[in-house]
Design a protein around this ligand. Structure first.
Ligand SMILES: Cc1ncc(C[n+]2csc(CCOP(=O)(O)OP(=O)(O)O)c2C)c(N)n1
Ligand SMILES: [Mg+2]
Length: 622
């Protein structure tokens, strides 16, 4: 069929399906895009000509639209994705941060940035980077390290293998991430006789591979020999829909579970085996059990420093790891016994092989007790009194109370992700969506929009700090345009408070983290003098973008606002100012952030001394 390369790509994408466990679904839920000369007449024409093939969504920022795509893919357990198309130059490079976020979090997104002319006829075209030493370099080469697959379509016929490779990676549970097909603007509009088979419906079967039987047998032996085993549940548990099997395995064996950020929701918060969050932002329940564990079974986790408390969480001298992971790269970490396979299939098989084996009763009851004690701590923090401004933990409590079990909370950067990890009472495997692989300021609203697009039947609560809001709030307009309602709780502490607290703990007094007039030398030095505050009114900003805005000054007003928001059909922003100093503490954990080895500042010297003490506890697992 004679089509332009862009028309062929759109037809191909519309015909891709995935199947897992017998359920077949269309892979691409639509195409976000911002047009410029690099894609308006190519991909733009193709989408315009055949709107029934792929729904086009207009975005405000290219970075934002890739975040939308990441939120969408995560909500669909990586069995669905969005396409993002941009012009060349700045439109394309605006997508780089989004690509990195998707790749770090292992979420499939397909990026189609326009590129400079393959023919080189009009060079240098508007926004072209010229390299005096290489004729084939463009800004799109920046996508290479942040993409799991990259190709540039220099000729129309090359689209055929490139598109098939792109799909191979997008649906591959071990390899997935951002896939970039850079598309020179002249090639997009070139016609070619594309084979019918290329354009026909294609179903990609997503397998549930099992580890090698011998490896399973070794793992079973290790588990049976363990006295204090612990499961660490990561995002893979949720993507693989292994939460039910995990629950059964815990009930059968009594092994308790700590959860990573991406794995939160693997067990409901009130399950007796649930120790809640683990690591730097973990609960005392999980961190105590981790400290003494003699065997740690990681499932679908990539062992980030937040999970391992910078390799200080697991303190038993003989502790061993078993890693269930679909990616052998992650399964090999911590010198663990690798069980390379799908989480659900592997847990099913492990449960079978373990037969009637279980931990002793005292150990099982200890987890149960810790779960209850931790929940009391959550209740205490949810109920913190206002003085004079509400505590952030009370804000989270009010949102948790207002939300239904299947609703989704979305967050990404600042102090809230850590507080949510500790305190959010998750009741549904998809109810907790904190992007903490890249912890990217500005993900919140855009990512929330992706969640809502994937699951319009759920209420989506976006928790966003003032800093993140200022960085990237523009997809709020898109949410109104598309009628995709978000409830956004804008938590304002007038600055980069999380980094301020970190800075204070490291001896640098919150330098550079407050919003201040530049007067004398006061920039960023911690003081509560309100005359110094910048006159920023983010609620007014949200209103000007078309949102319904509710201003709350207390937890009671916040709760009333959350009720009012439920009845709204339009995106609603509830703005509330919180106390900067009333933070949630850490629980028996540590994060490696390097402190200056020499400094004239006594506070920095003290922080360095403490740092060196902590460093001594760091383990190397070989
Ligand atoms: C894009 C990006 N830039 C910088 C950072 C480092 N950083 C992490 S949290 C933070 C401040 C966030 O401010 P805000 O949203 O107001 O949340 P708060 O810290 O006040 O809770 C910064 C600068 C980041 N995570 N992402
Ligand atoms: Mg802030």
């Amino acid at each position: 069929m004679r089509l332009t390369a862009a028309q062929a790509l759109v037809r191909f994408l519309a015909a891709q399906y995935v199947e897992r466990d017998g359920a077949e679904q269309r892979f691409f839920g639509g195409c976000f895009g911002i047009f410029g000369h690099g894609n308006v007449a190519g991909i733009g024409e193709a989408l315009y000509e055949s709107p029934e093939l792929l729904t086009y969504y207009q975005a405000r920022s290219e970075q934002g639209m890739v975040h939308v795509a990441s939120g969408y893919a995560r909500m669909r357990n990586r069995l669905g994705a969005l396409v993002c198309t941009s012009s060349i130059g700045p439109g394309a490079t605006n997508m780089i941060t989004g690509a990195a976020l998707a790749t770090v979090n292992r979420l499939p997104v397909l990026l189609v940035p326009g590129d400079v002319f393959a023919s080189r006829r009009p060079d240098p075209v508007l926004q072209q980077l010229e390299d005096s030493s290489a004729g084939d370099v463009s800004v799109n080469d920046c996508f290479r390290p942040v993409s799991r697959y990259f190709d540039r379509i220099w000729r129309p016929e090359q689209l055929v293998p490139a598109a098939l490779q792109a799909m191979r990676v997008l649906v591959n549970q071990a390899e997935t991430g951002a896939v970039t097909l850079a598309f020179p603007q002249d090639v997009q509009v070139e016609a070619y006789d594309f084979p019918e088979d290329f354009l026909a419906k294609r179903v990609w079967h997503v397998p549930r591979p099992l580890p090698d039987e011998a490896a399973l047998a070794r793992a079973v032996e290790l588990i049976r020999a363990a006295k204090r085993p612990l499961i660490v549940a990561g995002g893979g548990v949720i993507y693989s829909e292994a939460t039910e099997v995990l629950r059964r395995l815990c009930e059968q064996t009594g092994i308790p579970v700590g959860e990573t950020q991406a794995g939160k929701g693997s067990l409901p918060y009130d399950h007796p085996s649930a120790l809640g969050a683990i690591g730097v932002t973990g609960t005392f329940a999980a961190n105590r059990v981790a400290a003494e564990a003699d065997l740690v079974v990681g499932i679908g986790t990539r062992w980030s420093d937040f999970t391992t408390a910078s390799k200080t969480a697991f303190r038993d001298p003989g502790v061993r790891f078993v890693n269930v992971n679909v990616a052998d790269f992650d399964a090999a970490k911590h010198a663990g016994l690798p069980l390379v396979g799908d989480a659900r299939a592997t847990l099913d098989r492990l449960a079978e092989l373990l037969g009637g084996w279980a931990v002793d009763d005292a150990y099982r009851r200890r987890a149960e007790r810790l779960n209850a004690e931790w929940d009391e701590e959550v209740s205490r923090l949810y109920a913190l009194e206002q003085d004079p401004l509400p505590a952030q933990s009370a804000v989270l409590g009010a949102v948790n109370d207002a939300s239904a079990p299947a609703d989704v909370v979305v967050c990404a950067a600042g102090a809230m992700p850590g507080d949510l990890h500790k305190l959010w009472r998750t009741r549904d495997p998809k109810g907790y969506h904190v992007e903490y692989g890249y912890s990217c300021m500005g993900y919140e609203i855009a990512g929330g929009l992706g969640v809502k697009l994937a699951a319009p039947e759920r209420e989506v609560y976006v928790l966003v700090g003032d800093g993140s809001y200022l960085m990237l709030a523009s997809e709020l307009v898109t949410s109104i345009q598309e009628g995709l309602k978000l409830t956004i709780v804008l938590v304002d502490n007038r600055g980069f408070n999380s980094i301020g607290a970190l800075s204070r703990s490291l001896g640098t007094d919150g330098f550079g983290t407050l919003y201040r007039y530049r007067r004398n030398d006061s920039l960023g030095v911690d003081s509560d003098d309100s005359a110094d505050h910048l006159p920023v009114d983010l609620a007014a900003n949200a209103e000007s973008l078309g949102a319904r805005v509710i201003r709350a000054t207390s937890i009671e007003e916040l709760s009333a606002g959350l009720e009012a928001a439920k009845a709204e059909s339009r995106t609603t922003v509830i703005a509330i100012e919180v106390d900067r100093h009333e933070g949630v503490p850490g629980y028996e954990s540590w994060w490696d952030v390097p402190v200056a080895e020499v400094s004239a500042q006594p506070d920095v010297q003290a922080a360095r001394a403490a740092y060196e003490e902590h460093r001594k506890k760091q383990r190397v697992f070989v």
